[in-house]
Design a protein around this ligand. Structure first.
Ligand SMILES: [Zn+2]
Ligand SMILES: [Zn+2]
Length: 70
C-alpha cells in the first residue's frame, strides 16, 4: 500500500479512516481505545496519546447523534 499523500510506500495506516501514510506525512492524534463506566458511575476512557493520523479525515472531539439508528 502507498501513502495517500505522496504515493510512496506507506509505513502505517490512519487509525481513524484506514488511509495509508508514510513517515513524512503521518501525524499523531490521541485515540480513544475504550470507554467504560467505573464503579462510582463516572466515565473513563483508555486513550493512546500518539495514534497514527492521516491529517485528512478530521476526527471529531464530540460524538455525533445518529437518530436514524433508533
Ligand atoms: Zn507520504
Ligand atoms: Zn484518516
Amino acid at each position: 500500500m502507498n501513502c495517500w499523500h505522496c504515493n510512496r510506500p506507506a509505513h502505517g495506516t490512519c487509525i481513524f479512516c484506514g488511509r495509508a501514510i508514510c513517515r513524512d506525512h503521518a501525524q499523531e492524534m490521541p485515540h480513544i481505545v475504550a470507554l467504560f463506566a467505573d464503579r462510582k458511575g463516572g466515565h473513563k476512557a483508555i486513550v493512546t496519546a500518539r495514534a497514527l493520523f492521516c491529517g485528512l479525515c478530521e476526527p471529531r472531539e464530540d460524538p455525533i447523534e445518529l437518530p436514524e439508528l433508533r
